[in-house]
Structure formats: structure tokens, C-alpha cells
Design a protein around this ligand. Sequence first.
Ligand code: 1HN
Length: 365
Amino acid sequence: MVTTRFAADDDGDLDALYQDVAEADLQPLWLLKGLLPEQPSAMRPHVWRAKTLRHLAERAGDLVGIDRGGDRRVLGLAHPDLGGLPFATRTLWGAVQYLGPGELAPAHRHSPSAIRFVLEGSGVFTLVNGDPVRMEPGDLVLTPSYAWHEHHNPGNEPMIWFDGLDLPLIGNLDAVFFENGPDELTPYDEVPVSRSEQLHGTAGLRPLYVDSSLTQQPAEHRHSPLMTYRWVDTDRALDTMLAATGGRAAALRYVDPLTGRDMMPTLRGEMHRLLPGHRTPTTRTVGSGIWVVHRGTGASVINGVRYEWGAGDILVAPSWAAVDHEATDRADLFLLSDGPVIEAVGLARTETLAHPQTVTDTVSA
Ligand code: 1HN
């Protein structure tokens, strides 16, 4: 048994102690609240609407050019529970980017990893380490850590895509590095299929004897060598799965074709398809996620709040939040999460709730 002695509240010695402790850049643990919550609960869910995102992105397109320095015309999702920081969650950056006809965003690279998920438009090319990747709605494009990337829109319609990065996580690790590329454009061919797809785009077939300078795979194998996952393939695979299982919902994870692991070390991507009227079981997962509605209408219940949604809406599901989805029309939901990080540090935990959530509030579309 440990014996302790307490000073009275009005003890002048105690006040002096706290003052001296603070002046010495120390904080007494016994006065700190919220350091160890019983479970993750520091953020609420949040939704950004497609209409607002598109309207503001278009206005930025009219008024703001793309110059060296800013480099990108991007509106970052700033979760209202993060005190003004431009982050969707404590680990994930989410944003919409607008690239008008004829515009280009110059080459740069950085230690944070990124994905693009195309929302609207057609015929943009993102060059990943010089490999031109054509972008169409529903396509997922990777720009892994330290990969050079630049965006070109040679067509005559604007494109809007969702940008997801691990920037807040890498920032908190104090591991952000950034480098500008040359001011001159990288010449490229408007090829329909990138070199990364030519080499790695057929499931189950692994190329042999390929010169390492031709692949997107560094010696230290940390991310997928495939720089894009095509909507035509994702769409077909989901339909085929639904037909094969006779189920009302199907989901796919975007993985490294060489290892079956997540596409990048910090970011997980998935596509979930729900048939009309289907409501998923309610689950909680450690780690935060951003849901981007690709197509369809429906609603998600997150911690008891029902968020109705349609194409282009973006929702944040905080860590350990209870989440279920229900489709009105057939719906396709893209998920970006920090799952691989949670798993790498041994904190993965998922729970399926026995009963549907009681809805306490509805946020209409
Ligand atoms: C970035 O490099 C891009 O290359 C988009 O398109 C959004 C947000 C934060 C930091 C870097 C891009 C970004 C970003």
C-alpha cells in the first residue's frame, strides 16, 4: 500500500509548485484531462456536399491561376473539429482539385503519399515519374512517396478530382520533405495505357526480366507498381462478384498486384457497391476514413446521425465510429483510410454491432 499526503486546496505551497512546474515547461499528469479517453472519440463525423465543392472549385478555376509556389488549385477539407487545420482527419488530407482545359500543374515530389480519385471530366494526364496516366471518372491514380508528379489537361473540359494524402500523419512524424521539379514541361505521349499498366495491369501475371528503370517499383518494395486502377475494371469486378455471390453488396480493396498488400504503406483504398435497399451491418474500425460517393444515392448512419448523400458528397468517419450505409439507388462508395498504418503498429481492431444503430438525427442531402 502506497501512502500519500495531500496538500489542502488553499495551500500556498501547492500554488507555488504549480507555478514553478509550469515555468520549468512541465505539466502534472494528474491535472491533465482527456489524454487517455476510454475510446477514440475526439472528432465528430462531417459531410461536404458535391454542389458546394464543385461550385467553389469552379469559382477558384475562374479566379485563381496555377503558378509555381502554389502549384495546385486545391480546396482542402478542413474538419471543423480540428481547430482550423486544413485536414479531414488527424491522419488524412482530403481535397478537391480543379484543372481547367489547357491547364497544367508543374512537377514536384514529396514524402507524403497521395491518391487521386476522379470525380468529373475526362482526358487529363498525370505523369508519375514521367509515365503518363490518363484519367477518367472513377479511376484511382497513385502518386507514391517521392514520386514526381505533374498534371496536364490537354482537352477542352475541366476536371475535378478528389485528392487524398497522408500529409497530417507524415507532418506529425516530422517527416515531410518537398522538392520542385524543373520549370520546363516534361514531354509526354497521350497514350491510352500507362507503362505501369502495360507491365503490371493483368491480374495474376507477374512480369519477369523487366529492367528496373522501366517499372514504378523501387528496389525497396513499399508500394504498388501499378499507378492506376481503372474504373472499367473495378466496375466489372464488382458486378462479377455480385453475380457470383448473389449478394446485395460487394467491396474491393486496391492492392499491390505483386504482394496483395495495400496499394501504399500508409493509405488504404476500397470501393464498396450497394444494391438498392441494402443496408450494411454496423461496424467500428480503429483509424479514420474518408468516404467519397462515386455514384448513386443513399444514407450513412455514423454514430447515430443519418447523413443522406448523393454523387460527389464526401463524408468523414472518425476512428471507432459506428458506421453503416444504406443505398436508395445502386451506390458506389470510395473509401480512403489509414488502415495500413493502424495495422502496421498492431492497433487494428474491428467490431460488428449486433443491432442496427438508433438514428438520433438526420442531415438531409
Ligand atoms: C499535392 O501535391 C497535390 O500534386 C494535391 O496534385 C494536393 C495537398 C497537399 C500537399 C500536396 C497534387 C496536395 C498536394
